[in-house]
Design a protein around this ligand. Structure first.
Ligand SMILES: Nc1ncnc2c1ncn2[C@@H]1O[C@H](COP(=O)(O)OP(=O)(O)OP(=O)(O)O)[C@@H](O)[C@H]1O
Length: 955
């Protein structure tokens, strides 16, 4: 059994398998191709991811245009406004201006025109004779009338003065003195320009103009408004709203990234690849490479689209700075997606998470845009915490780039400027280079955390490493985890206490266990041995669930495999049978390293499944067809085989040739390039079988490989499996007794996690079968005249005391119990002597089927379990089916066979209910199989019923 490294390396040499770095590269290329194909085939998601760059840049463009259009409206107003002083009869509407008109002036400047100028001077000077500005602040102008009132000389309202400097025929010079207080005590707005100076000036100029024009009623109006100045807008649309839209664009990629990773986890695709020998590092590296490639393209497109739309943001900032800003953000989000994917096991949750992150990002980037916490007024600690969320860094980065290109004149941030503050006036706390460094540093953090959590969080099978696994020397050396590399991993001293699986007491099972123990104790090597299982135990830990508000439900630990001892030879097919839940798949999962064993061990070609290095070596020579097809819908059959062949390290030429060859063997050549998503159930199973056989594995596990296949295909696959036995060991589980009978060199039936029997088909049939199956074929003449049938039945009843199991016009079948074996010789002599008299054309005698063996064992196991758990009460019914039982009770029909000698038979769980009259009705069947014969509805049948009280009744 001991198998040296040299043996396996010689296998490697024989098959020219790649190892080490070259295997790493081959796996990397195959997985990268797979990712590329999946992305290309998932056109909608990929198109969405790439088109989102264009879409969101376009949205920003649209918003930018809307803002500019609004500014243009202001400009239009400005253009229609005549900047020249206009003499108009009246100004009925004036948006923001002063219409200065007051009877006060008539009073002020009444008198003849020649005296007017003098009046102006006189009156104004009289009113304001170089008065000092009053110390007390008084009201400003709330209305235009205020101005007039002020001019009229109300001393109480005087907040300014006109100082006439000079007057003459060719010059009039005056000065205006106004209050410069922006707000009066009473809260009235006193803008020195607009509230005082301009109206005052306008009023004076009006009077001067009237004087010069010689028309004291000359209408004089001045309208003024703020000048529209779009050209000096200091708002960068990309800088301000960009974070929101570009974050949304990045979110598409983010959601798709998480989904891609989680789907492979959810559908156990990653597990399938790992089982076939894929390095974890290759897995992560290929996803990283692919996503970085997508981020590169997406960032390039973003910058290019931005340039196409002629944003100063994209035109004036340095291309490299822009590109790194977008790329590093998306790069960082790839790491973030990896990290989040370790917490999620369902791809449907990925969208929810992506949306949730976007909402949070949307809010926090808004807060960031308003200045939190990237200014000196905030503590550094806020900044550090805030910067751990990538959208925040992205927002502040875009803000900086936006501020640097707010106007056409701004030059933006240059490549060398990335290390400087974009605006020297700002209280700068972060440069563009600082943002880049943060992105890279946090990416490394996300990646390390993702790899760590990927190992320590329970996977889809609940498997996880210890929290401090990386502190163990074995992790870094890649050596044995549970046993020292030098020792014999299967040594008896380390075997579990619940060792014996032979609680059922079968001597063959006991002998098998003894044989394994002997070989282990004496270090007897058997060159023909492929697998040696030594007391394998698997217990799934219990758990506690909340039930309702106040109760907790405790699920106890479940012992799925209770100590298995087995020797499995090369060139042989070992068949594992058992009812649902017997533990067959769990054994395969333990042997393939999908779940760790609780105790015990198994040696596969001498390598322990409990050793990390051992399992790595085993995987190179292992093929697995899982119970449920693990396939990528978007990949074709050929692509699947190419991928798995590459993962196994076959040389490139063999990768293709072997894949094509295997496809033709499983009759999928015509569908080689068709996507597996459109395969029928049987085609998928055949592809799974082909995947298990690719790479010429030395040990193949086939878990119910022919489920769902039609009889013709099934037989064909049996041929493939039969041929595949050569040079390898195959472990097959099935529910098809026929399949086990035909393919199995040795068969073991297990129930409740234990082996119940083991041996060849013939051995099991003779040991556990209910007896012999006799088929009596009737002459054609008798078909029209079935009168002899009662005679045949009478003959069997009188001689063997048995009734037919099945009967029709062509044949009758009887089962002869093994207890009557001694009567057979005489019986058949008599029967043959009366053959023609009884109208019998042919008599066939065979051992009972494997199915009967299986059913007997399964029934026995079920009754033992029920008895052990005290769930059953027995009662025997000898009349018809209508009898009194407690309402709500459940019954297990232990036998629907009639004879006392043969109390065994089919187990059928039947749920009974009492109707209003107290009669029983069968409300449904469940259990391993429906009854082979319909239960009689009434009549004189003997039924041994075992009642199971409901738990509540017991409590
Ligand atoms: N991860 C798990 N956690 C808890 N119990 C588990 C887990 N996996 C399997 N089991 C339990 O272990 C028992 C054996 O399951 P297993 O799948 O090995 O049975 P099986 O013989 O392959 O059945 P089938 O014929 O239906 O495939 C079942 O009762 C199952 O519920």
């Amino acid at each position: 059994m001991e198998r040296s490294e040299a043996d396996l390396s010689s296998d490697d040499a024989t098959h020219e398998r790649r190892t080490g770095i070259s295997l790493f590269i081959q796996q990397f290329r195959a997985l990268l191709r797979k990712n590329m194909l999946l992305s290309l085939r998932n056109k909608r998601a990929t198109a969405l991811q790439l088109a989102s760059s264009f879409f969101f840049i376009f949205l920003i463009f649209a918003v930018d245009q809307a803002i500019k259009a609004r500014q243009r409206t202001d400009t239009t107003y400005k253009n229609t406004f005549n900047p020249q002083p206009t003499i108009v009869p009246s100004i009925p509407t004036c948006e923001t201006g002063y219409y200065i008109k007051s009877p006060c002036y008539d009073f002020l400047w009444s008198g003849n025109s020649s005296a007017r100028i003098s009046s102006i001077v006189t009156n104004i000077m009289n009113r304001n004779p170089g008065r000092p500005i009053p110390s007390a602040k008084v009201l400003g102008f709330a209305t235009t009338d205020d101005v007039d009132r002020w001019l009229s000389g109300n001393p109480m309202r005087c907040t300014g003065a006109i100082h006439l400097q000079e007057r003459g025929p060719s010059v009039i010079a005056y000065g205006l003195q106004t209050n410069s207080t922006s707000k009066s005590k009473r809260g009235v707005y006193e803008d020195p320009n607009f509230a005082f100076q301009i109206p005052l000036q306008a009023a004076v100029e009006r009077e001067i103009t009237r004087f010069i024009a010689g028309d004291s009623n000359l209408p004089w109006s001045v309208a003024f408004t703020e000048y529209a100045h779009p050209a000096i807008s200091t708002v960068s649309t990309v800088g301000k709203i960009g974070p929101t839209f570009l974050l949304a664009a990045a979110m598409f990629g983010f959601v798709i990234q998480i989904s891609n990773i989680v789907i492979e986890k959810e559908l156990k695709l990653r597990q399938a690849m790992s089982t076939m020998g894929l390095y974890d590092s290759v897995y992560w590296l290929t996803w990283l490479t692919w996503e970085v490639l997508v981020a590169l393209i997406s960032s390039l497109l973003l910058v290019l689209f931005g340039m196409i739309f002629q944003f100063y943001f994209f035109l004036h900032n340095n291309f490299g700075v822009l590109f790194f800003m977008f790329f590093l953000f998306q790069f960082n989000m790839v790491g973030f997606a990896f990290l989040l994917s370790t917490f999620v096991n369902k791809s449907s949750s990925a969208t929810t998470i992506g949306f949730f992150i976007f909402i949070i990002g949307f809010v926090t980037q808004l807060v960031t845009t308003f200045g939190f916490p990237y200014s000196k007024s905030f503590s550094k600690i806020y900044r550090i915490i805030w910067s751990f969320f990538p959208p925040n860094l992205f927002a502040i980065g875009l803000n900086y780039l936006g501020d640097a290109t707010a106007t056409k004149q701004d030059k933006g941030i240059s490549w060398s400027g990335r290390t400087k503050c974009s605006n020297a006036d700002q209280d700068c706390v972060l440069t563009m280079a600082g943002i880049f460094h943060w992105f890279v540093a946090t990416f490394v953090l996300w990646l390390l955390l993702a790899i760590y959590l990927d190992n320590v969080l329970p996977d889809i099978n609940g498997v996880r490493k210890p929290w401090l696994y990386f502190l163990k020397a074995s992790y870094w050396s890649g050596k044995s985890t549970n046993y020292s590399e030098g020792g014999n991993p299967c040594c008896l001293s380390s075997l579990p206490q619940i060792s014996s699986g032979n609680v059922a007491g079968d001597d063959d099972v006991a002998a098998e266990e003894e044989s394994v123990k002997q070989q282990q104790a004496n270090h007897i090597g058997n060159p023909n041995l492929a697998v040696q299982v030594c007391g394998l135990v698997k217990t799934f830990p219990g758990s506690t669930h909340r039930a309702g508000c106040c109760n907790t439900k405790r699920i106890p630990p479940y012992h799925a495999v209770k100590g298995l001892w087995l020797n499995i030879e090369k060139d042989k097919l070992f068949c594992l049978l058992g009812p649902n839940g017997a533990g067959k798949t769990t054994i395969i999962n333990c042997l393939t390293g999908i779940v760790p064993t609780t105790a015990g061990d198994a040696l596969v070609y001498g390598d322990s499944i409990r050793s990390t290095t051992g399992m790595t070596r085993i995987r190179k020579h292992m093929g697995v067809c899982p119970q449920f097809d693990i396939l990528w819908d978007a990949l074709s059959g050929l692509e699947h085989l190419l991928l798995f062949a590459s993962i196994k390290g076959l040389p490139p030429v063999k990768v293709y040739n072997d894949s094509v060859e295997l496809l033709s063997q499983v009759k999928l050549s015509d569908a080689a390039t068709v996507r597996s998503g459109s395969y029928s159930g049987g085609m998928k199973r055949r592809l799974s079988v082909a995947i298990a056989l690719i790479g010429d594995p030395k040990i193949v596990y086939l878990d119910e490989p022919t489920t769902g296949m039609d009889p013709v295909t099934r037989r064909h696959v049996w041929d493939i499996i039969e041929n595949a036995k050569r040079g390898r060991a195959i472990i097959l589980t099935t529910h098809s007794m026929e399949e086990a009978d035909i393919l199995g060199d040795r068969i073991a039936i297990m129930a409740k996690g234990m082996l119940q029997c083991i041996g060849t088909s013939i051995h099991l049939k003779s040991k556990f079968g209910t007896g012999y199956l006799v088929t009596i074929n009737l002459h054609k003449a008798e078909i029209t005249s079935p009168l002899k049938t009662p005679d045949i039945k009478l003959f069997f009843r009188e001689n063997l005391g048995i009734e037919p199991k099945e009967e029709n016009k062509a044949y009758l079948t009887f089962i002869i119990p093994r207890q009557r074996e001694h009567l057979l010789a005489d019986f058949f002599t008599k029967l043959q002597s009366r053959q023609s008299e009884l109208g019998i054309s042919d008599i066939q005698l065979s051992l009972t089927t494997l199915e009967e063996v299986f059913l007997n064992i399964a029934r026995k196991a079920k009754l033992e379990t029920a008895a052990a758990e005290g769930r059953f009460e027995s009662l025997v019914v000898t009349s018809d089916l209508t009898f009194q039982v407690p309402i709500g009770a459940e019954y297990v029909v232990v036998s629907d066979s009639i004879t006392e000698e043969n109390p065994g038979g089919l187990i059928v769980e039947v749920y009974w209910q009492q109707d209003d009259t107290g009669a029983l009705c069968i409300s449904g069947y469940s259990g391993p199989k429906p009854p082979s014969q319909p239960l009689p509805e009434s009549g004189a049948v003997m039924l041994k019923l075992t009642s199971r009280r409901s738990r509540s009744q017991r409590q």
